[in-house]
Design a protein around this ligand. Structure first.
Ligand SMILES: Cc1cc2nc3c(=O)[nH]c(=O)nc-3n(C[C@H](O)[C@H](O)[C@H](O)COP(=O)(O)OP(=O)(O)OC[C@H]3O[C@@H](n4cnc5c(N)ncnc54)[C@H](O)[C@@H]3O)c2cc1C
Length: 291
């Protein structure tokens, strides 16, 4: 089933990081590599600490009560691989196996390489024996499950351990002279592909707030949270609705291809039929004309 109108753009992580490094150097930042901050105490001399240290943020972990952090895990298991095949754009493959159904999210990030993310229910994962397999064995088994889609190509690993997606949120975005951005602040399920965009937009909002009130940092940090939080909340809610759809993909697979495609498109709760008619007219004409 092809669904028209779904925008897609991508960039390899390494390339993005190189571009960001060049940009940071061009505006006079001093970049320090291969240095792990063990504790916030090491940063005592700085006016402002921007915690952009990812989902396991050391800065946040030292003050989780102050930030009002909450954490839970989604039940599905996923593992993240690469493959030397340029898939078209965002493609979803759903396969039935003796263990239960599996789903792969796959999309190109260069003209020769794609991301290949495998997801399944916990029970399916246990039946397939993944709980006791190492990284290489798991990759081989996933490649067998998706052999048709992969055209026999192997899956490439890079810390490709099976994980449960963490839903992490903070009620307060700053504490003293520390402020959270990106994955240190919130997670949003990979099925809507917005994590990097959210991280960059958080920082843009933070810079705008600091520039608007250069002499009053506490007020600027409050303004950052007030302006940005409602926007992020909406996207995180949409991402979580999307994630919940994947928890039931075995049931959705019982639908006809058109019904299945439609259920997929409205999964985040943000798209109604009118919007869908506008941006996916080809798909909607088929869907609405099927009866
Ligand atoms: C399976 C999966 C698929 C995804 N797919 C997409 C996608 O298609 N599109 C998308 O936009 N997003 C995607 N994401 C999300 C995306 O990867 C993150 O949202 C994004 O990288 C967050 O950026 P960040 O800068 O906040 O954190 P990170 O990218 O995690 O960067 C944190 C940085 O801090 C450094 N660091 C951490 N601790 C310390 C320390 N103590 N001292 C010094 N340095 C430290 C780390 O080395 C790292 O460089 C996906 C995530 C997952 C799990």
């Amino acid at each position: 089933m092809t669904i028209d109108g779904v925008g897609f753009s991508s960039i390899g992580r390494l390339h993005l990081l190189q571009l960001l490094q060049e940009r940071a150097l061009a505006v006079g930042a001093e970049l320090i590599f291969d240095t792990v901050v063990q504790s916030v105490d090491e940063l005592a001399d700085f006016d402002l600490i921007v915690a952009s240290d990812g989902v396991n943020s050391v800065v946040r972990r030292g003050f989780e009560g102050d930030f009002g952090m909450s954490l839970s895990y989604l039940p599905n298991k996923f593992a993240w691989y690469g493959v030397e095949t340029p898939f078209d754009t965002l493609t979803q493959t759903f396969v039935e196996t003796a263990y239960g159904p599996f789903n792969a999210h796959h999309y190109r990030y260069t003209s020769t390489m794609s991301t290949f993310l495998v997801e399944c229910a916990r029970e399916t994962w246990e039946r397939a024996g993944f709980a006791t397999m190492g990284e290489a064995e798991s990759a081989q088994k996933c490649a067998e499950i998706f052999a048709d889609t992969l055209g026999g190509k192997p899956l490439i690993t890079n810390k490709s351990n099976w994980r449960n997606f963490p839903l992490m949120w903070n009620d307060r975005w700053s504490h003293l002279n520390m402020v959270l951005v990106g994955d240190a602040l919130h997670t949003s399920h990979f099925s809507i592909g917005s994590g990097t965009r959210l991280a960059l937009e958080d920082v843009i909002a933070l810079v705008e707030a600091l520039e608007a009130q250069p002499d009053d940092m506490p007020a600027a940090l409050q303004a950052y949270e007030a302006a940005r939080k409602p926007i992020v909340q909406k996207i995180v809610t949409a991402a979580t609705s999307s994630a919940r759809w994947y928890e039931n993909f075995a049931d959705h697979m019982k639908l006809s291809p058109l019904e299945f495609g439609y259920a997929y498109m409205i999964r985040s709760g943000r798209i109604d039929d009118d919007r869908l008619r506008k941006f996916a007219p080809g798909f909607m004409a088929k869907y609405e004309g099927q009866g």
